[in-house]
Write a protein that binds this ligand. Structure first.
Ligand SMILES: [Zn+2]
Ligand SMILES: [Zn+2]
Length: 67
């Protein structure tokens, strides 16, 4: 196993890695909960209302680590 800079926990790793065959955009995929903006390093919870809105979060909802 190689060590690399990653997300705080396995859950965050899973949910910030968009990997869906059915949807081209993570905002269209109901299985995708978290958006990680790699430019600003902001995390947000995606609101699936048909748009691209999300609620910015400062702490991981699973392990509580400050993001
Ligand atoms: Zn976490
Ligand atoms: Zn999907």
């Amino acid at each position: 196993m190689t060590e690399r800079k990653s997300n705080c926990c396995e859950m965050m790793e899973i949910f910030t890695t968009f990997n869906c065959d059915l949807h081209k955009d993570k905002y269209e995929c109901p299985d995708t909960l978290i958006d990680h903006n790699t430019e600003s390093d902001d995390y947000s919870i995606i609101i699936h209302d048909g748009g691209t809105s999300g609620i910015e979060i400062n702490f991981c909802p699973w392990c509580g680590t400050k993001l």
